[in-house]
Design a protein around this ligand. Structure first.
Ligand SMILES: [Ca+2]
Length: 174
């Protein structure tokens, strides 16, 4: 005869195993990811500079000739399927007439499916010194694993200025 207590214990063990297994998967899938671009590994690029740096020996600068700065590009899958992104960067703005934005963009097969700006001149009111800007962005619910997330600096408006950026950071939130 089977001992009813033993059978019950086995059932509970299996149930616990399933719970632990599911929990483990969820933790792995929702692991927070932080991507830092400190511009220390881009020799000979037109936008790399050592004139002003926030970290290390190098930063990036955008000029009237190069109004788009280099940034971070990752697939949504590599980022761990986040629902939100926290984006931050250190920038030097020359004066209050310069306009620039951190762009957060999601692309699917080269089509833009999400596009938001963090307008830097609305936040930074001290000039010729490093200032940190940051914001949180909620991605569309329709994001797919192969969609690509891009974050970069863009000089808008008169485009006559030199703007420095260093330590661009992308963090995932769930
Ligand atoms: Ca740097």
């Amino acid at each position: 005869m089977t001992n009813p207590r033993t059978s019950l214990s086995k059932v509970w063990l299996v149930f616990l195993f399933v719970l632990v297994g599911t929990g483990g998967c969820q933790v792995a899938e929702k692991k927070e990811v932080a991507v830092l671009e400190d511009y220390e590994n881009h020799p000979d690029n037109v936008w790399i500079t050592n004139e002003k740096v926030h970290s290390g020996n190098w930063a990036c600068k955008i000029t009237p000739q190069n109004v788009y700065g280099p940034g971070i590009t990752r697939s949504w899958e590599l980022l761990g399927h986040p629902t939100r992104l926290r984006v931050s960067a250190w920038v030097i703005m020359p004066h209050g007439r310069a306009t620039a934005a951190l762009v957060v963009e999601a692309k699917r097969d080269n089509a833009t499916i999400y596009y938001r700006l963090l307008p830097i001149e609305q936040v930074v009111k001290r000039y010729n010194q490093w200032e940190q800007v940051y914001d949180t962005f909620t991605l569309p619910e329709t994001m797919a694993p192969t969609d690509v997330v891009k974050v970069y600096l863009w000089q808008i408006g008169e485009k006559r200025n030199t703007i420095y950026m260093d330590d661009l950071m992308l963090e995932t939130l769930f």
